[in-house]
Design a protein around this ligand. Structure first.
Ligand code: TXA
Ligand code: MG
Length: 353
């Protein structure tokens, strides 16, 4: 299959490209497009055969359900059986935006889209191009992140091309995404509502609106024997090819430890990558050092996380050492993804102060 790749300008909309994407989707094809979180791999969510193609292109296990993307609130009725009052409050505040809500599904949604579940995950993205592609494609677009299963999610069209070239019909290139980590997933079918995946919309932001919100315990306790409630969260995800270790503690000790580990691995003939920040990169003495962003603005760290993991894949490093980050705000999403990428391999530095 030849993949059509089309660049599109957010400000100067190209209606021909959107129309072409819409036609492919309506015919049951696959189109990757930008959203504010990560690039999505879209298919008609109400067409079981189209949704199945997503699993094949990604190499994704078929029990891992897809998120249905909509472009307006009216679209929600057709795919759900009931919408809790609290969901309307949340939608008012955070849709369109980086938030997915789970509802009981209606007959309109095939089980092939929901991985056999009676519930459906729904998101209304804020990205202009995403919204236009959804509308042009018929209003209900299933879209997982547009990466090969197990690789870091794509934050640029080039990342999508690396994984999907020749496997999908079209890539709409809208440049680098804004947020860089996937949407918050909030299960509205349980009381109190439960966060199944942390994202840019935080627990604090949701609790301020609707009161108590719980968090899937398996996200906090990696040793839990229970499976996470979002099927996709159980897979080894976001993983670079190299062995990634997070070093946590007082920053000066962290830098020293990473320098020590890097020296040790390099002396043994290995290639080492280091994930530092604007504040620390000058202090690393060896290895392939990259700045992920600045601690003064955690959003910069979120937006570079997946891109950096892919760069290290391309550089062919054997080991990656990363600093740890604060877990407030978007930080909980950053550390959730980083810990998964590291297979929860963390070194704690004991401070003697
Ligand atoms: O930001 C995002 O949400 C991106 C963009 C493209 O919109 N999409 C995304 O999709 O991250 P994906 O497929 O990579 O992740 C969807 C997650 C998986 O962990 C899946 O198991 C979970 O959502 N999920 C989907 N439907 C569900 C359901 N009915 N119940 C529980 N978890 C569900
Ligand atoms: Mg994904």
């Amino acid at each position: 299959m030849k993949t059509i790749i089309k660049k599109i300008d957010k400000t100067q909309k190209d209606t021909d490209i959107i129309a072409e994407a819409g036609r492919i989707l309506k015919e049951g094809g696959l189109v990757a497009f930008p959203t504010e979180t990560v690039y999505g791999l879209g298919a008609d969510a109400l067409n079981e055969d189209a949704a199945k193609k997503i699993y094949a292109a990604k190499g994704r296990p078929s029990d891992n359900p897809l998120i249905v993307h909509i472009a307006n609130m009216e679209a929600l009725d057709k795919i759900t059986t009931s919408i809790p009052a609290a969901a309307k409050v949340v939608a008012d505040a955070y849709w369109p935006g980086p938030l997915t809500m789970i509802f009981d599904k209606s007959e309109a949604v095939p089980l092939g889209t929901t991985g056999g579940l009676d519930t459906v995950a729904v998101r209304m993205p804020s990205h202009e191009i995403a919204r236009e592609v959804i509308e042009a494609g018929g209003g209900y677009i299933a879209a997982p992140s547009a990466n090969t299963s197990g690789r870091p999610s794509p934050t640029t069209a080039q990342h999508v091309e690396e994984d999907m070239n020749g496997k999908i019909d079209m890539i709409v290139d809208g440049g680098m995404v804004d947020i860089g980590v996937e949407s918050t997933i909030l299960d509205m079918t349980v009381t109190p509502p439960m966060i199944l995946r942390p994202g840019a919309i935080t627990r604090e932001m949701l609790e301020e609106l609707i009161g108590e919100v719980s968090v899937d315990k398996t996200l906090i306790n990696p040793d839990s024997k229970k499976a996470p409630k979002a099927p996709g969260m159980k897979y080894r995800h976001y993983a670079p090819k190299a062995e990634l270790t997070i070093v946590e503690g007082a920053i000066q000790e962290v830098v020293e430890e990473i320098n020590r580990l890097t020296k040790e691995k390099m002396e043994a003939g290995c290639k080492v990558g280091i994930i530092g920040t604007e504040e620390t990169i000058g202090q690393y003495v060896a290895g392939d050092v990259k700045s992920i962003g600045t601690r003064e603005n955690e959003a910069t760290i979120a937006s570079h996380l997946y891109g950096i993991l892919r760069e290290f894949d391309n550089d062919g490093v054997d080991y990656i050492y990363s600093e740890a980050f604060a877990t407030a705000g978007i930080g909980s999403a950053i550390m959730n993804r980083l810990l998964k990428a590291a297979g929860h391999h963390v070194i704690h530095m004991e401070s003697d102060t």
